[in-house]
Design a protein around this ligand. Structure first.
Ligand SMILES: Nc1nc2c(ncn2[C@@H]2O[C@H](COP(=O)(O)OP(=O)(O)OP(=O)(O)O)[C@@H](O)[C@H]2O)c(=O)[nH]1
Ligand SMILES: [Mg+2]
Length: 453
């Protein structure tokens, strides 16, 4: 019964999301904005994504959660090179590549777009374990430091991480005392693909049983915080869960009391088990993010478009005024120095008068052509200046929100919107509207109603 209620709630959420998108689609079209529309289906099983340094204990954590015989291989050397989806099923089996993709929900089908190199690294393990009835677990390849930048994984690792982070309901980023937040890929992931998902990101400092005294622990924890502070673009450091896995092989606890670590492991396990409750939040957050990006895109685009329109009208006025002035002056000079209008009788004078008038008009046309070119060049330069100053335009437009210091999310969204808007301005700025305050206000109201992500 409770499950049915939840499903009904999620289905009506899907409908309200659909209506919300429909209401703002026209504005999005006018501003040439493509919705990223969340692909999370409300009725799907929640997913928990495990990310982190290699050997930080991702696979061990998953084995611990599932209980019974280990599902994932564990080892000290980098072990996993695949994204493994552990899903529920009565009949246990494993699948790799395209066959694995077919076992996954439709919202994950786009993994195929990342190319065959990634598809070959997708695994599905169907297991009959109680926890998997409520949540799907996703293990990932450990993050490493490549000695050379040219050595890559053969597929877009960060793009995949971003895609999965968008779909999953909880993302666990694991660190361990050996590499407290220092591997290149972990740092890059926090800066890039995970930047917009801090609300569902949980940081785990694992293997805390390795510390034999408080001094050791404090140094490692301090190093982790120090490293994170440099990559997280937010003022408040998110909560870091300090824990370890009771694998049985842990060293003697020394002078450290492990009860707090146990309690924090219990907390994070609780969060994983209740991931379903987060699904509605995630859908809300994804929609809100999309609408906020549209609002930023539209407000900044409108400001630039208006500046360009002012410049364009000033140019047109200058062109018409200049041409009219030049034509009048030319005709007056021709009248004074050539055949005056009052003497334009007889075919000879008429011919000369016509010729001089034609000459003035042609000359004005030439000057007009040059002036047009100069004004057009000026407008293009102005456009380039506007594109180069987009960050400033954003800062001016959102001056009130940014000055309060409470909307760090806006800066992250702006980072994603900026290149798209710059490209659009460069190619189609004339297609953008000049009047749209009513539509933008409606978006802002809907965002405010739903609350910021
Ligand atoms: N002492 C201790 N060892 C742990 C803990 N968690 C995992 N380990 C050990 O750390 C090693 C690496 O664990 P894995 O679970 O394979 O780590 P991983 O993050 O999945 O590694 P990759 O798949 O290579 O990315 C194994 O030898 C585990 O037994 C822990 O909490 N404490
Ligand atoms: Mg592993």
């Amino acid at each position: 019964m409770a499950d049915d209620d939840k499903k009904d709630g999620l289905a009506s959420l899907d409908e309200s999301v659909h209506n919300l998108y429909a209401r703002h689609r026209r504005t999005a079209d006018r501003f040439c904005y493509t919705f990223r529309r969340s692909t999370v289906s409300p009725n799907g099983l929640p997913c928990v994504l495990f990310l982190g340094n290699h050997s930080s204990g991702k696979s061990s954590f998953i084995n611990h959660l599932l209980g019974g015989a280990p599902v994932q291989d564990v080892g000290i050397a980098p072990t996993d090179d695949a994204f493994t989806f552990i899903v529920y099923g009565e009949e246990e089996r494993d699948a790799v590549g395209r066959a694995a993709l077919e076992l996954l929900p439709a919202e994950l089908a786009s993994l195929n777009d990342f190319g065959p190199e990634l598809v070959q690294r997708i695994r599905v393990k169907v297991r009959c374990r109680e926890l998997l009835k409520d949540v799907t677990l996703v293990d990932s390849p450990g993050m490493i430091d490549a000695s050379e930048k040219t050595i890559t994984r053969g597929y877009d690792f960060f793009g995949t991480v971003k895609f999965l982070a968008e779909i999953c309901d909880l993302v666990l980023m694991m660190f361990d005392p050996d590499k407290p937040g220092t591997t290149g890929e972990a740092v890059e992931a926090m800066r890039g693909p995970l930047a917009g998902f801090f609300f569902k990101l949980r940081l785990l400092f694992n293997k805390c049983d390795r510390f034999t005294n408080m001094y050791d622990y404090a140094r490692a924890y301090g190093a982790l915080c120090w490293n994170l502070a440099h990559v997280l673009p937010v003022k408040d450091l998110p909560k870091i869960y300090n824990c370890y896995l009771p694998t049985g092989s842990n060293a003697d606890g020394g002078t450290i009391d492990r009860r707090d670590f146990d309690a924090q492991r219990g907390e994070i396990v609780g969060e994983i088990k209740s991931a379903r409750a987060r699904r509605a939040d995630n859908i809300h957050a994804a929609v809100n993010k999309d609408l906020t990006c549209l609002e930023i895109h539209a407000r900044v685009a409108l400001r630039v478009r208006r500046a360009l329109a002012r410049r364009q009208w000033a140019g047109r006025a200058m062109f018409l005024g200049g041409a009219a002035l030049f034509l009048t002056a030319g005709l007056l000079v021709a009248n004074a120095c050539g055949v005056p209008l009052r003497d334009a009788h007889g075919w000879r004078n008429c011919f000369l008068f016509g010729l001089q008038t034609l000459g003035v008009v042609a000359f004005t046309g030439l000057v007009g052509f040059i002036l047009f070119g100069v004004l057009r060049y000026g407008l293009n330069r102005f456009l380039e200046q506007q594109i180069a100053a987009l960050d400033d335009t954003f800062a001016v437009e959102y001056n009130r929100e940014l000055s309060l210091g409470t909307r760090d999310d806006l800066k992250q969204y702006w980072k994603q919107t900026h290149p798209i808007l710059a490209g659009l301005l460069r190619t189609r700025w004339r297609d953008l509207p000049i009047f749209a305050w009513g539509a933008i206000r409606r978006i802002s109201l809907d965002i405010a109603k739903a609350g910021t992500p």
